[in-house]
Design a protein around this ligand. Structure first.
Ligand code: KG4
Ligand code: ZN
Length: 333
């Protein structure tokens, strides 16, 4: 019998819905919340309210695009965590209501596992075991992926996430939130001429707060003698910031590959959309004989397609969730 699953993602500031049929994603519709731009970051209460407005039209659009009727659904999947509690609550409550009304099972999905499993939506797909660098606005992790639902975190950030490093630096440069994509674009036209110190962190862990501070002091010092420094050097500053973040990420992946002997290397999460990270990984891959993988751009940043593919594997295992489920802001693996 066909398995047709509706998946919902609402962990942060994107409301997304997707439909998957027998492991094939038929639709993936995302509504971005532009409302946060004015605040220079995501405002949790505003995000929660926007999810409430967006969830019904987004789900309807995903069903329509997939040409699937609600009564055909086999299950409904949702992000249980980690994320903003008020945002998660909207998706969880919606899923509970729909599951009850349609009398179908619910499947809870871990947002970070879903970022990793985004690699299984389209070919080429990594082979187990592989290492995945998951880099987003809230997380930075090196994950050992033994099987679809068997993952172990080998390293993580001890302070800011990689996406946060992009966004907070962008704020210092006067760029709108989220600054990651803007820095990526501007960096293409610049050169990494300003050196920033490489953070020193043990083993496979990361740290980005020091980088942000050194960029802040560097800018303050330059602006004192040269008020238009940022405006005149924006592209080079962006290229330098991106180069620092990317080379730090790549150096840790190199270490992880050496320690584990694994040469199947993947990246996932919003920052995996970064063109500098992709080309640096490509270069390092050639040097080290790695097979490198990155998801299609629409499956890098938050999306329900990745929730759907994770739910597909859980559905096969009949790994369902009860109506008592509650969202979890700090859900572990
Ligand atoms: O995975 P995601 O959509 O949401 C979270 O789960 O956090 O990641 C969002 C993060 C933001 O920090 C955003 O600036 C960053 O991903 N990002 C990028 C790029 N596209 C998105 N960072 C650098 N370069 C990009 N092209
Ligand atoms: Zn995410």
């Amino acid at each position: 019998m066909d398995s047709i699953i509706l998946a919902i993602e609402s962990s942060c500031d994107d409301t997304s819905a997707a439909v998957i049929k027998n492991g094939q994603v038929l639709s993936n519709v995302t509504s971005n919340q532009e409302v946060h731009r004015a605040y220079g970051g995501v405002v949790p209460e505003v995000a929660s309210r926007a999810h409430q407005v967006d969830i019904v039209p987004t789900v309807n659009a995903a069903l329509e695009k997939a040409n699937v009727k609600k009564k055909e659904l086999s299950a409904i999947a949702f992000t249980r965590g980690p994320g903003l509690i008020g945002s998660l609550l909207v998706g969880v409550s919606f899923a509970k209501g729909l599951a009850l009304a349609l009398d179908i099972p619910m499947i809870e999905v871990h947002h970070m596992q879903a970022h990793v499993l985004a690699h299984f939506i389209e070919a080429p797909k990594p082979k187990f075991p592989f290492l995945c660098l998951t880099v987003s606005g809230g997380h930075t992790q090196i994950v050992l992926v033994k099987d679809y639902l068997d993952m172990e975190i080998l390293g993580k950030t001890i302070d800011d996430a990689a996406g946060e490093a992009f966004d907070k630096t962008g704020k210092l440069l006067g760029l709108p939130y989220p600054a990651g994509p803007q820095i990526d674009k501007l960096a293409k036209k610049g050169q990494p001429v300003f050196p920033f110190p490489k953070p020193k962190v043990a083993e496979l862990d990361f740290s980005f707060s020091g980088l942000k501070t050194s960029i802040l002091y560097f800018l303050k010092k330059q602006v004192k003698t040269h008020p238009d420094f940022i405006k005149e050097n924006l592209e080079d500053i962006c290229a330098s910031v991106q180069h620092s973040i990317v080379s730090f990420l790549i150096s840790k992946m190199e270490k992880a590959s050496e320690q584990t002997g694994i040469k199947e290397i993947a990246i996932a999460g919003g920052v995996s959309a970064n063109s500098g990270l992709r080309s640096a990984l490509e270069r390092k891959g050639q040097e080290k004989s790695w097979n490198v993988y990155y998801p299609a751009l629409q499956y890098c940043t938050d999306n329900a397609g990745m929730i759907a593919i994770t739910a597909h594997y859980k559905y096969i295992n009949k790994d369902f969730t009860s109506q008592e489920v509650t969202p979890s802001a700090r859900l572990g693996f």
